[in-house]
Design a protein around this ligand. Structure first.
Ligand SMILES: C[S@@+](CC[C@H](N)C(=O)[O-])C[C@H]1O[C@@H](n2cnc3c(N)ncnc32)[C@H](O)[C@@H]1O
Length: 225
């Protein structure tokens, strides 16, 4: 549990905020120097998400998606804008959202809202989104804040809507990163948090073809229980 490694919550969040303020607003910056894996990541995410989005019974609509911890819009640009009519973005780092307005180019006109806010505070508008995509940011939230955030996301879904988390996982246990002030959880802990938030797992997929030296990465899709 994060309570075992985070003894000062205020410092945990402010240290992360300071860390990201000093990171260049580039794809490489978003991926901690692993910009070259962005294509593999996006292509796998596309296949994963396409299973759920489209026409037909039980399928997710393609109207509006929310990109959480969106950064400069790496995912918004290549995954969400090509699949959804509109996208909202939320991130705590103002300069990343400012960069997104340039980085996204013409298609950025279809970004309806740029919310500058920590996810620990952010509450999506009720019944607004077809898909809420949360990638490489949950480690910046404590267990309690992640659970509460997922509960608020659940309320932000339209009918048939889904939440997707894509993130690093440890083989076992919790690992603290003092440099960017984040935690990495194991899959079992993540599943427990998801259940506690009142969500049921639709799919779990391990990312292939990432470098051996980095954490394993999982894509998880979930829906209100
Ligand atoms: C590793 S980057 C990932 C960016 C993007 N999801 C991607 O995959 O390209 C982490 C992002 O999370 C943001 N972030 C960190 N703590 C946050 C918080 N508490 N609430 C919202 N965003 C946060 C950072 O500003 C940064 O943009």
């Amino acid at each position: 549990m994060t309570t075992e490694v985070v003894d000062d919550e205020v410092a945990f969040y402010s240290k992360a905020q300071k860390y990201w303020k000093n990171i260049p607003p580039t794809v490489d910056g978003m991926l901690g120097g692993y910009g070259h894996i962005s294509n593999i990541d996006i292509n796998s995410s596309k296949k994963f998400l396409q299973r759920f989005v489209g026409d037909g019974a039980g399928k997710v609509g393609a109207n509006l998606a929310l990109d959480c911890g969106a950064g400069i819009g790496r995912i918004t640009k290549r995954l969400l804008l090509p699949m959804f009519k509109k996208v909202d973005m939320v991130d705590v780092t103002e300069s990343f959202l400012a960069k997104a307005k340039v980085f996204l180019g013409e298609d950025g006109k279809r970004v309806e809202n740029y919310f500058c806010c920590g996810l620990q505070f952010f509450a999506p508008q009720s019944q607004r989104y077809d898909v809420i995509w949360i990638q490489w940011v949950i480690g910046h939230l404590t267990d309690e804040h992640l659970t509460q955030f997922l509960k608020r996301c659940k309320k932000g879904l339209r009918s048939n809507g889904i939440i997707c988390i894509k993130d690093n996982v440890t083989q076992e246990g919790l690992v603290m990163d003092e440099v960017d002030s984040s935690v990495c959880r194991d899959l079992g802990t993540l599943r427990k948090i998801i259940k506690l938030a009142g969500l049921s797992m639709l799919a779990e997929e391990k990312q292939d073809n990432f470098p051996d030296e980095i954490y394993q990465v999982y894509s998880l899709a979930m829906r209100p229980s």
